[in-house]
Design a protein around this ligand. Structure first.
Ligand code: SDX
Length: 425
């Protein structure tokens, strides 16, 4: 680490406190504040807006420039030239695989796509109309029950096996959430299919007919998974790291990430965008909703807009917008009313001072729902798709943390409650 320093003086503390400053390979420097607790003070950063919670080599975001790198590779190049499974390998291992490494990885994932038959019975306990995220979160946590004792999280090979298992089983579980909701039989994964093709097969095929997955839709699905694969220390990834820091089973950690992703401010936004576009219903009502989003007395926010880190276009949104055109063209629904409303809404918002002043641009969720809807995926399953795509990122961060030195995460607080008082009966 570099020898840069920061000096801090605090009223009531006589000495000038010297704090180490560290430089990363790129991005903002960090001030190491760990010694402050010994001086009787904490830092204060609700929402962790300016807090680096860890070191990481996996993903870098430059929010001002709208840059997203996975192990140094720009997301636009990975979306164009790579695929979801190769990106999973890159996130987990740090380098792109050669052909043999890819084939071995693909084979390992392929032979872990089935889930224990007990999980199939587990789904039967859910009401038909259970939210798919409730089912997914529970089912992934339940995987802990099947692998709890065969896992030494301090063993790198055990950790990598858990990573392969959870990446492989997520598409299967996601499809099971859908099939349970529509009362159709679960479909088994087919070993001759690629991951995205297999997912769409398990979603939309039935035992009554031969598999029929459109290559264009499989490619679009694969790219959507890839674009969601990781995103630095976002809320759900930070949740996975915090759970992992206690030594919890990796499936329980991923389930905690799924739970955090569910919120409409995070991964639930793609579902919320479609509901918002449906609510707007017609281009003539866009101004009405823009006004609502700007009204401080109205809790309504333009879903799919804004980002804690990006103060520029989310590069994923740009790629997804392009895929929208391809998929809607393939499906002959270029005039999809929701897509028309979305494009008009984006144009109006980007010309509006309120959004410009606050640097609110479309994020990854703004267009993804339109593609998912066009593919035939119900709105309630959108965040399940996000979770399936994000799984390699979650498990790569979990593995990175456990591969190095780490401490149990335990933030402090600014206490504003009662000071000591005696119980009076
Ligand atoms: C994801 O972190 C990640 O990396 C997440 C993610 C990933 O890949 O993991 O990128 C995925 O979660 C994308 C974000 C999806 N969420 C949404 O689309 C929901 C709508 N957006 C917001 O709620 C909001 O923009 C957040 C939650 C995304 C960011 O919130 P911040 O950083 O806490 O920003 P803020 O709430 O402090 O807003 C700053 C200002 C406020 O106005 P002022 O008080 O300054 O007047 O901008 C306004 C907000 O009211 N604002 C919006 C708005 N987003 C922010 N106003 C209207 N519509 C919006 N969408």
């Amino acid at each position: 680490m570099s020898e840069k320093k920061a000096q801090l003086t605090i009223d009531g503390i006589d000495e000038t406190i010297e704090l180490p400053v560290y430089e990363g390979s790129t991005g903002p420097n960090v001030v190491d504040v760990r010694s402050l607790v010994g001086k009787g003070v904490f830092t204060y950063d609700p929402g962790f807006v300016s807090t680096a919670a860890c070191d990481s080599d996996i993903t870098y975001i430059d929010g001002a420039a709208g840059i997203l790198l996975h192990r140094g590779y720009p997301i636009e190049q990975l979306a164009e030239k790579s695929n979801f499974l190769e990106t999973c390998y890159l996130l987990l291992n740090g380098e792109l695989p050669n052909q043999q490494e890819f084939d071995e990885f693909e084979n390992s994932i392929r032979y872990h796509t089935m889930v224990d038959e007990g999980i199939r019975l587990f789904f039967r306990g859910f009401p038909r109309d259970a939210h798919p995220m409730a089912m997914l979160c529970s089912a992934v946590a339940a995987l802990s029950a099947f692998y709890h004792d065969s896992l030494d999280i301090d063993n790198p090979e055990h950790r990598m096996l858990a990573a392969h298992r959870v990446i492989a089983k997520m598409p299967t579980l996601a499809a099971m959430c859908y099939k349970h909701g529509i009362g159709q039989p679960f479909m088994y994964p087919q070993n001759e299919m690629g991951l995205a093709e297999n997912f769409l097969h398990m979603m939309f095929d039935t035992p009554c007919e031969a598999p029929s997955v459109s290559p264009t839709l499989a490619k679009a699905m694969d790219t959507l998974f890839l674009l969601h694969a990781d995103h630095e220390q976002n809320a759900s990834t930070s949740t996975v790291r915090l759970a992992g820091s206690t030594g919890a089973n990796p499936y329980a950690c991923i389930a905690s990430g799924i739970a955090a992703l569910w919120g409409p401010a995070h991964g639930g936004a793609n579902e919320a965008v479609l509901k918002m576009l449906d609510q707007i219903g017609d281009e003539s009502r866009i101004e009405e909703f823009i006004a609502k989003a700007k009204d401080k007395n109205d809790p309504f926010r333009l879903m799919g807009f804004g980002h804690r880190v990006y103060k520029n276009y989310d590069p994923r949104a740009t790629v997804i917008r392009g895929i929208c055109d391809q998929v809607l063209e393939e499906l002959g629904s270029m005039n999809d009313p929701l897509f028309r409303i979305a494009k008009k809404l984006e144009k109006i918002a980007l010309e509006d001072e309120y959004f410009n002043e606050r640097k609110l641009f479309p994020n990854v969720d703004f267009y993804s729902g339109i593609i998912l809807k066009a593919i035939g995926i119900p709105t309630s399953l959108f965040t399940v798709i996000f979770a399936t795509g994000r799984t390699p990122g979650w498990i790569a961060h979990w593995n990175e943390m456990l591969s190095g030195s780490y401490r149990i995460g335990r933030p402090r607080q600014l206490y504003k409650g009662h000071t000591r008082r005696d119980y009076k009966s």
